[in-house]
Design a protein around this ligand. Structure first.
Ligand code: GLN
Length: 453
């Protein structure tokens, strides 16, 4: 822990941590030492972790990287982080993210952008760590924590993991409790780990997962020994390659990486087959209706009364208006406007209801592939490697949304997905491959992920 505390201080230029909690870390580590000496070590005893600033941490400032939460200090701990601490893990601090987890580059955080520890060959230009869990991915890649918590609504665990050469797991919807995690789009949000290896991710997920009566969507499924699954291999498994993911304009490099990944799985004894997910082409459009719709409703609670910041006005309505105008950033406002528009009378059927129908069709595509004997699906995690800081944020927002093209279907269908580092692009930046599994079958993802890693 003390080595990590020092590393965090020395790497402040990356801006990965928005709050360092060294005293808490050292106190937790000392308590760990006592338990180890007493022979009562938990499964994560003494392991130093970073926490995405979307997880409420009792007595420790939690902001979702939005000005509207100000200096909000929760009086409660999220279920997921509480479980990590109960298993002996140590908290190093809070990690940056895109404001309210809306973004793909960690450039919308009110604490400023995070930079990846990676650079293109022969260049000093700053590279984004992905998003929204960019603080988590940068910190894990730069060894500023052993692993980190993250959340994924449309790709925010897997995309930053791919961009930084780390492993990210988005569990099945309901696998981890959402209680105490600041909500973005509640029907899509899931917590999961970003770690250095598949094995570390498996160990961490075991502690994070499980039924929680405080989240009615958390599922009463057995939490298996994910670590045991890591070494299981893929002999006899059937891995699907969705032909529709060969998106026009996908680089030859990504295509080659994908083929290489399929070959590694074949070499390890898997049977690789083509599958069809025909509704994938509508996924991004459906996601950018459903996610903002839910966000506009979830963000209604930030009114200057209940949490954090307030900007006074002549009367209560103008106080709400002033608070929200000053407290939310540009991207968050864009999502609120899109969300309220698609939910408004007269447009609800044309947008929101249709998007929900598309969502059902996407889920059905996956169900059909799994019913045909496919155990997991292999795709690239992203259409390209990480981009430069500032390169996309100033351009058309839709450009940024496209980096989630391979990840959003998984959230819409509620399935588990993992991103595993699979190589470097021509400029020396990491690339990831994604495996998508059946509901509550993260074990197969760990087994197949280990073969690719
Ligand atoms: N980039 C996507 C968005 O902005 C996904 C974010 C996420 O998974 N939290 O909505």
């Amino acid at each position: 822990t003390s080595a990590h505390v020092q590393a965090v201080e020395q790497a402040r230029a990356l801006n990965a941590y928005v709050l360092e909690t060294p005293e808490k870390a050292l106190a937790m580590a000392a308590a760990s030492d006592v338990r180890i000496a007493a022979g009562e070590a938990g499964p994560l005893e003494g392991l130093p972790l970073g926490v995405k600033d979307l997880f409420c941490t009792e007595g420790v400032r939690t902001t979702a990287c939005s000005r509207i939460l100000g200096e909000f200090i929760p009086g409660y701990e999220s279920t997921v982080t509480a479980r990590l601490w109960a298993d002996g893990a140590v908290m190093l601090g809070k990690l940056s993210n895109d404001e309210f987890a809306m973004g793909s580059s960690n450039e919308t955080s009110c604490f400023g952008p995070v930079t990846s520890p990676w650079r293109r060959d022969g260049s000093d230009a700053a590279i984004v760590p992905g998003g929204s869990s960019g603080g988590s991915s940068a910190a894990v890649a730069a060894k500023l924590c052993l692993a980190a918590t993250a959340t994924d609504t449309g790709g925010s665990i897997r995309q930053p993991a791919a961009y930084t050469g780390t492993v990210g797991v988005k569990p099945t919807y309901g696998r981890c409790s959402r209680w105490g995690i600041i909500a973005y789009a509640s029907s899509l949000d899931q917590a999961g780990p970003i770690a250095r290896t598949v094995q570390d991710a498996a160990i961490m997920l075991k502690s994070m997962a499980g039924l929680d009566l405080k989240d009615t969507t958390s599922f009463d499924a057995l939490v298996p020994d994910f670590e045991a699954a890591v070494k299981r291999g893929v002999k006899g498994l059937t891995i699907g390659i969705p032909k529709e993911y060969r998106a026009p304009g996908m680089s030859a490099e990504i295509d080659a990486l994908w083929e290489r990944g399929a070959q590694w799985l074949r070499d390890a004894g898997a049977n690789v087959v083509e599958v069809s997910l025909p509704h994938t082409q509508y996924a991004l459009a459906a996601y950018y209706i459903i996610a903002p719709a839910e966000a506009s409703s979830n963000l209604a609670r930030y009114d200057g009364v209940r949490y954090g910041a307030r900007v006074e006005g002549r009367d209560i309505a103008s106080m709400y208006e002033n608070t929200r105008a000053a407290g939310f950033g540009r991207e968050v406002k864009r999502r609120i406007m899109t969300g309220t528009y698609v939910l408004s009378a007269g447009y609800y059927d044309a947008y929101y209801v249709r998007a929900q129908k598309v969502r059902a069709l996407i889920k059905r595509d996956f169900d059909a592939a799994f019913a045909n004997g496919v155990d997991a699906i292999l795709t690239p995690t992203t259409p390209s490697a990480a981009f430069g800081l500032g390169e996309k944020i100033e351009a058309d927002p839709v450009e940024m949304y496209l980096s989630d093209i391979f990840t959003v279907t998984v959230n819409l269908a509620g399935l588990p997905g993992i991103s595993v580092p699979a190589g470097l692009d021509g400029q020396g930046l990491p690339l990831g491959l994604q495996l998508i599994g059946k509901p509550f079958d993260e074990e197969t993802l760990f087994a197949a992920g280990q073969v690719i890693e």
